[in-house]
Design a protein around this ligand. Sequence first.
Ligand SMILES: *Cc1c(COP(=O)(O)O)cnc(C)c1O
Length: 427
Amino acid sequence: MIQFQNTLAFARELDQQDELSKYRNEFHFPKVNGKDVIYFTGNSLGLQPKSAQKFVDDIMKDWKELAVEGHFYAEKPWWDYHERFAKPLSKIVGALPEEVTVMNTLTVNLHLLMVSFYRPTEKRFKIICEEKAFPSDQYMLASQVRFHGLDPKEVLVEVKKRDGENYWRTEDVLKTIEETGDELALVLMGGVNYYNGQVFDMETITKAAKDIGANVGWDLAHGAGNIELKLHDWDVDFAAWCSYKYMNSGPGNVSGVFINQKHLNKKDIPRFEGWWGHDKERRFLMEPEFIPMANAEAWHLSNAAVIAMAPYLASLEMFDEIGMEKLIAKRNLITSYLEFVLGEIAKEVDSSFEIITPSNPKERACQLSVFLHGEGRALFDYLMESGVITDWREPNVIRLAPVPLYCSFEDMYNFGQLLKAGIQKKN
Ligand SMILES: *Cc1c(COP(=O)(O)O)cnc(C)c1O
């Protein structure tokens, strides 16, 4: 274990030893007061890779010069543009290429996947999720339940945090699964909680739920491109994630989905269908009967939104080049360094910051959520004016995501100094 120091020289030394430091140059940083910002909100919207522009321009050019012919004769033909995602994405989420594809947006995909994997019966109808899930997930779940003519109050079982504790205990999730027993139809939770940054033990939870015969899905909005995933080996039924957070694909962009191999090529699976899910060899014969693709693309509805997908593909190339292992190694180091810096600053200003993200490295990833006791919104405003982009959640939590692809150790040191100045200014 390295002995950290809260000095500029030490932070710079870590940057020098960092194999990934050169990737910072591959991104556009917003500027405040003429300087690149310290960007802590890659968990909300990742920075723009410099290569993204060209990928979009290529499509605009092909459209201009080839028009409809671009579907087949563009350099990257549009009709199967999405196929380029399966292989690199499958490595990121730990899947077989046929289990992964990109389509629609996250909440839309969760709805579509619920159609297939939430099939309540009189006996088995309950859904386990975490308390205070991301609002869109809550609306999605409740509306799906009502769609089946059921009452969300009777169906949704929320796993709660214990009084006075900041994160969920795996044992409490397992206990809830056990207690729900054979009434449990589905577990659908966020793999990484958006608020406190907690990483759930997906392997253990999935196994427990599968063992009693339930389906398991994970919302990986904060997981994809951030943590190690083995969706296939863990025997997860389905998962979906947005691409604009850690995967840097651009605002509101397309979502990735995982559907376990065992659910592919099944005739009897209920699914909402459209022409892009039809067998591609016969797609343009425009036959009345639906013949599904043999892979996750069977769930596609519409032809690919290629202009939107282009920046995602650009970003994926970078992920593919680096690999998750190196990203995760740097993520662990930089998150620990940020935690250390926060601790040092707290001592210097005689204040206390309560980190509500688990301190166990296995239960956290690229995010520290910090309760700024006694500090108000003014501190947040000061940080923003000083070029630190973070986000604020009421009552006074800031979420800090030191994204390993483009954040530096020097950023962490500088942030500490700005935080100190902001607190001292008030006092
Ligand atoms: C970001 C996020 C979403 C956003 O969904 P969209 O459909 O892409 O707007 C949904 N769920 C979770 C858990 C998220 O973190």
